[in-house]
Every structure is written in structure tokens, then in C-alpha cells.
Design a protein around this ligand. Sequence first.
Ligand code: IPT
Length: 947
Amino acid sequence: MHSLRALSTILFAGFAVQTAGLGFISKPGMQVKPYKRELLQDIVTWDEHSIFVHGERVLFYSGEFHPFRLPVPGLWLDVFQKIRALGYTGVSFYVDWALLEGKPGSFSAEGIFAFEPFFEAASKAGIYLLARPGPYINAEVSGGGFPGWLQRVPGIFRNPNPAFENATDLYAKSIGEIIARAQITNGGPVILFQPENEYYDCLDWVDPCPNPIYMQYVEDQFRDAGIVVPYIVNDNNEGNFAPGTKAATDIYGIDNYPLGFDCGSPYTWPANALATYLTETHLENSPTTPFSYIEFQGGSFDPWGGWGFQQCLELVGYQFERVFYKNNFASAVTIFSIYMTYGGTNWGNLGHPGGYTSYDYAAVIKENLMVDREKYSEAKLEANFVVASPAYLTSVPANLSNTSYTTTSRLSVTPLLDDESDTKFYVLRQSYGSKTILIVYGGEGEQHELAVSNGGEGTLSEGDGVQMGKRNGATVLNWSTSSSRRVVQLGCGLTIYILDRNSAYNYWVLKLPNENGLYAPSGQEASTVIVKAGYLMRNATISGDTLNLVGDFNATTDIEVVGGAPNNLATLNVNGQASEFTQDEYGVASTSVSFNPDISVPSLSSLDWKYIDSLPEIKPGYDDSLWRNADLTQSYNDKINITTPVSLLGADYGFLTGTLLFRGHFTANGNEEDIFLETQGGSAFGSSVWIGDTYVGSWAGYDAAANGNDTYTLPNLQSGSEYVITVVVDQQGMDENYVVGENEMKSPRGILRYRLSGHAASDVTWKITGNLHGEDYEDKTRGPLNEGGLYAERQGYHLPGAPIDSWSSSGGPTEGIDSAGIAFYGAELELDLPSGWDVPLSFTFVNSTSANAPGSSAYAYHVQLYVNGFQYGKYKNHIGPQTSFPVPQGIWDYHGTNYIAFALWSLEADGAKVEGLELTVNGTILSGYGDIPMAPMSNWEQRQGAY
Ligand code: IPT
């Protein structure tokens, strides 16, 4: 690991040389193939180095962010601003088809699913977009983006197959047109487009693999919908769909996750993870297009029973960034997108079974939107450095494949660094006035040397301990890094701030908006204001002699505008408030923001909890006449041959999400001893069985088990009497569909087999339900996946305005139930949080037996939690690892009444209770962001035909 670090240091220093104007690694001649398809527009172009927008080279330094994982449109600008504050210029986003076409033939992208607010927010923040609508996206979402009803579509997916291809048509046309309207050719932020995703992996018999006929079909769909910006491919470095190949895209790109996804041993990096051959393979695969990472590891997913994102952060934290991102810069990557940059939440059943509710991903921006990870600060320093170095865009890497130290000799010609040091040059240039600022930083105690050609005389205007001299016409500075700042003014007009790394974290480079109030995404020519503050700076604007700063503060903070303030600053506004300030002879303006939070939230135990039984199905006399008869003697799903007399698979009857329930009617003959059931719901699912109102048993499940076989002993039944078997199965979402030919997403959900002793299988007549009205789902505002088939969900009791007054009084989920069953608790919760404060809240499940340690076998129960109708958490006590569930403002009303609800399903005979449950304040941040409108959402109404 040590040598990796040293290597990256040297590579980075290579850029430092260039930055300081002392030359750069020379480039070998480029061999350019003649191929380039005819452009459909002339705004976004490219050569072998980079893309151009309006003729200007652009570094597409991007963060992946999925709007559907943050269903509050009013927060999308917040994410964009936090990404721009990193110094990035772009965002890559997936679209999840499953959320937009819940019923085949009905496409809907309204409210929280609308894209226009997303595009507007990107434009406002000055962020270019790479659109990635699939139709297949993977992305750890249910079906990899494929709607559950595709289980009924025959044949192989992601391969030439008219049934499948036609099933994608409406989606491709509808989303294609929406994205087309937001292309830069129409004044929007979309500059790049990726059809399909990671299309290269097949079973052996699939030939050819990947299939260019299918790929062409996808490309044509989106071209027909009006997409004209360049197509980019996300490949695995095999050259698929590179220019010059069949079904070629315009720009070839790859993905790379060098550390993988196992957060189990976070302090061991796999051998040879630091790829040094990628530049060469790129030149073989696609010499005419820029070296492009469409996805580079930005964190990790984590499965049920996994290690938790805190531990993933150890694996893929700031150390990882320092080594691996710099290695990418050494490959002169100019389309560089980091997956994920904000992960978000698998709310409302949108995730696949391989993941739990949090999709934090250990990304730089936390799931709760906070930016206090060191990883964020490190990413900011690196991005600002590269973005501030225009020559980077045309640089060509030296050949790194022979020896890791190829560049050393080149570096030695410049009086810069020794191999062990970690100095970085951070930001330069702001163009207001005539000042140029260079910020350099290193680790404390390290010895550094910096040379500036034609630097002129140096004066130390702050601090001491910097030796200055001249060598070959360059001004040479020497120092040992410490936590006290040094500032050097050079005769050539350069101001150099010498910092240690932790201090550098507090510096922000804020682009100034253009005359239309918009931020130029390209970053190359924009004027900037450079501010030392603290937690987050979002914006700076200047009008005349007034400087307006917008930022967020998590402590009393001194602010210093080190560059870019008007020389005779008259007014300095911070978050709209005029602040007292001073301005020194170098134009540096100083002020401070004080911080006096007064925040409190109600304790959950103080609420007036109400309870209703959410398993009335087992009660004598329960009427299931409105349930769907399970009467299909064959399944539409061609992945399996059913062995039950009728299909007991949810998707056959349009129940694609959340809990499934089955009722099997039969007449007892007295020979019943036991019942065998194989149920399948995806990893970590559970199922429970009752006969009449007698509990028979549960498959409690464990992390990796997608299905379960169990034989349950039955009580004595009375011959000649009618009985009903009730089976509850927890669907965990559809599997992804990564490997073509495997059709993994068709892995069915429901009851695969059963055997009632003393009976033929056909003695049992089945009924099935899932969410109310299946694909004609009730709740159009929260979409097709949010609500499952629990009784309380079918009634809409998770929605604000549910008639809880008529329910029983209760102590809530911590009181619990004393027998197997499903309880539903609702309560109103008033929040009165002060405006102008960002107060991330989460529900914390307390588990004093540390049941969530992987491998533990504490007692089994599930909880689904809802805030104002949005299912924002699935907690599994015996599986874990997630115990803390953030819910964003905008789902919460911070200034009014909220409705929270909990479904508690005990998979144990003696019931379950949540040991402890708290509403936790995760931060108190004085924020300049402004109001956050509530996500569009509907209230409870009595539902027609609910059962
Ligand atoms: C890559 C997928 O393209 C992306 O959608 C996501 O699933 C990611 O993996 C993991 O989070 S595929 C890559 C691992 C080969």
C-alpha cells in the first residue's frame, strides 16, 4: 500500500509541475482512426482528449446521483450544489423504468417522478448531465430497472426478442422524449446519453454476446425519440460498441470498481487493484475518443446482513480516493463519473433483494445529505486541482505499464518533491481583479519545495518558516508543513497559501454566475471567489461592490474571502444578512457567522400511538371474496415450470411489490399432519403461516436465502370442517438482470411448492393478494412500488389522514404484540423546527442484544416504517445491519403535523416488540439553502373496493 501511495503522489506531482508552469510530461504521437460518425448536432463534440461544449474543452468530472432515490424535488438543487461545491462539472443519472411504467402501457412521470425539476435544478447549479435511462440499469434496484410485469414477457431479455423489445418501446419513447427536450441543443443541461448499461455478460450459449442487433434497437429507439447528443457506452474494457464496431456509440467508456464490494475486510486492498494498463487498452479500443470512466468506484453497495456503510467507508474512504482517483488522473481521464456521489435511499420497495433500505453507498455525500465526511473534503481538493488545470485536458499520460516510477526522472528535473511527500497544489486562478491564488497543502511535518518560473520576489505576508530563493530563474520556496498558515506574495502577482491538509479542507472555490445568473459548468474560464469557511459554501455572487455568500455552517465560523472580493468591498452578505467585515491591504475580506442552535424534536414515546391489527385475514369469518382467485393453471413466467395446480406467483396476477398474502381453502379429512411450503421472496425475505387463526410457523429467513423450505406441524383439524391456510410472503423486489440468458429478473415471488399431508394439492383452492388493485395501483403520487399487500397498506392506513382515532390506544411499536402476527401503529408527530436550519432526522432502532451483528440469531421480526405515507425503511431485527433510517425534509414536514406509521410483523410464536425506537437529530446546520417545499403527496381517503 505504501508504494501505491508513493506512486500516486508522484503522478499527482506531475500535474503540480504543470500547474506551476514548469512543463509537463511529454506526449507520444496519437494514432487517430478516421472513423467518426456524422454528428446530429454541433454543440457537443469530442476528440481523443476530451469533449467540447460550444467549442470549449470540458472536463466532465461527474458524480452519479439518482433522483428517484431522493423523492423530494426541492432537494435536488441541494445535491447539485453540493456536487458543484466539490468542483465537479457534471452529474450522471439513471432512470428507473419500474417506477414509471407500473402497468404495461401506462407511462407516468409526474410529481416526485417528474424530470423537469431535476433538469432545472441542474441548470441552475451549472451542472451538465449524462442521462442513463437503460432500459436496463442494474443499479441495485428491483429488476435492475425492469418492471415486475416483465416476468410475464416471454424470451430472453437484452437480446433480439420482439416480445421484450416491444415491451420497452413505450418507456424508451416516453423517457427519450423527456430527456430530448432537456438536451443542450434545446437549452437544457443534458450533453451526453448512455443507451443500455454494462451490456456484455452472457451465458455461454448466447451468441453473439453482446448482440449488436439488440444494441442497435436500443440506440434507434432513443434516436427516434429525438436524442441527438453523443452516445456513450458503459463497457467493461472489451471495446464493445466503440467507434468503428457494430452498433457503435460515439464515445467509448468503461467502468471500474477496483476494490469490489465486500466491506468485510476494509483494511486490505486487493493485490493489483491499481490498474495501470487501462490507457493502453483504451488506445486499442477507442483511440479517437477521450479516456472515459462512466462509472468509477465511489463507494460500495452492501447486502442484507452486511457490514454497514460505516465500515464500507473504511474500505472506500479518503485514502482510497487519494490513491485511486489520482491514478485515474494519471490516465488523463476527462470523462470521469463517480458512482455513487450521493446514494440516497431505497424507499418504497424500489431496491433489489441484494440491498437494504439505505443506499448510502459510503459516498461522499451521506444519505442524510450531510457533507461532513473527510471523503467529501478530499474529493473536493482533488477535483478542484484537476478542474483548475486547463492543460490537463490535453495531457497524455506517460506509459505506466513497465515500471511504477516511469515519471520519476521527469519529475526530478523540477525541484519539487521527494517520493514520500504528499503535497498537493490545489486551486488557482480567480479573475476578479488581477489576483491569482495558488493553494498548496501537505501532511503536517512534511518537507516541501515549490518552484514558480518567473515568480519574481517573494514576501511572506503571514506566518513564518518559509525559505525563499532563486534557481534557474524560478522562485523556489521551501517549508515544513504545519497547522499554522503561511501566505506568500510573489512579485509576478501570485498569492500562495501554504496549508496543511485539514486546513485546506475549509477552502471553497465558488464560480460566479454569468450575466443570466447561471453557472457555467465548464469551469475553465469562470471567474471564482475563493473562500475559507467551514462546513459548506454553496454560492457567491457579486454586484458592484457587494459580495453575497451563501453557505451552511455547523459551528461558529470565521469566513475569509481570500480571493475574488471586490477591492473596495462595501457590503458583505452571508445568507442574505449584511455582515460586519474587514478588508486587508491584499483585498482579503473577513467576517464570521455565529451559531446558536435551538433544536428539539418530540420523543417517540410521548406520542399518542394508535394500534390496529394488520392481519385480520386469520380471523374467523374474514371475507376474501374480493381477493383475486389464483386460477392460472400455467404461469406466464417462462423461467419456471410450476408444479402447483395453479400459479401462486405474484407477478402472474399483477402483484409486483411488497408483501403478498395467500389464502388456501380446503375441507379437512382428519389426516392432516403437516404442511410443507416452499416460499420465495428474494434475499432476506420471510414468510409466516397460519391455519385458521392458529399460528403454524415461519420461515424467518437469513441474509442470503432467496427462498425457504419448511414443514410445519399442524394442529388436529376437524374432519369435514372448512379451513383456511394463510401465508404471508415478504417480497424483497425482483432480482437484477445482469447476465443475458439467465433472465434473473424472472425469479418468481410467491409459493413455489406446497404439500398438505393427507391431501392432493388440488384439494386446496387459493386466493391471492398483494397491493390493492395490483398494477392499477392506488397511490399515483408515491408510485407503483411504495405500497405492498399488508391489510393496513391495502386500506391506505400508512397515508396521512388515516382514520386512527377509531383505532385502539397503544404504547406503539416498543409495546409490541405477544403472539405471531402483524401489528400496525400510527401516530401524529408535530415538528416545529426553525426555518433556515438543516436538521437531518433519522429513526434509530435500539437493539441492546446487538442482534444486528452479522451472524447473530436474535429473534425474528420485520418492521416497515412510513413517514407521511412514504415507506422509508425495512428493518429486520434478526438480519440487519441497518438500524438507523434517515428520512429527508420534504417527506417530513418540519413545520407542521406529520403522520408516522410502523408495521410490525413478528415471525415468532410469542410476538415481538421493538426494544427501543428514537427519533434522532443527526446534525444541526445553519443553512443558506432556503425553503424546501414538501414532496407532492396525497392523503388518505376511504378506498373503493378495499378489502
Ligand atoms: C455496475 C452497474 O453498472 C451499476 O448499475 C451498479 O450496479 C454498480 O455496478 C454497482 O453498484 S456493474 C459493475 C460492477 C461491473
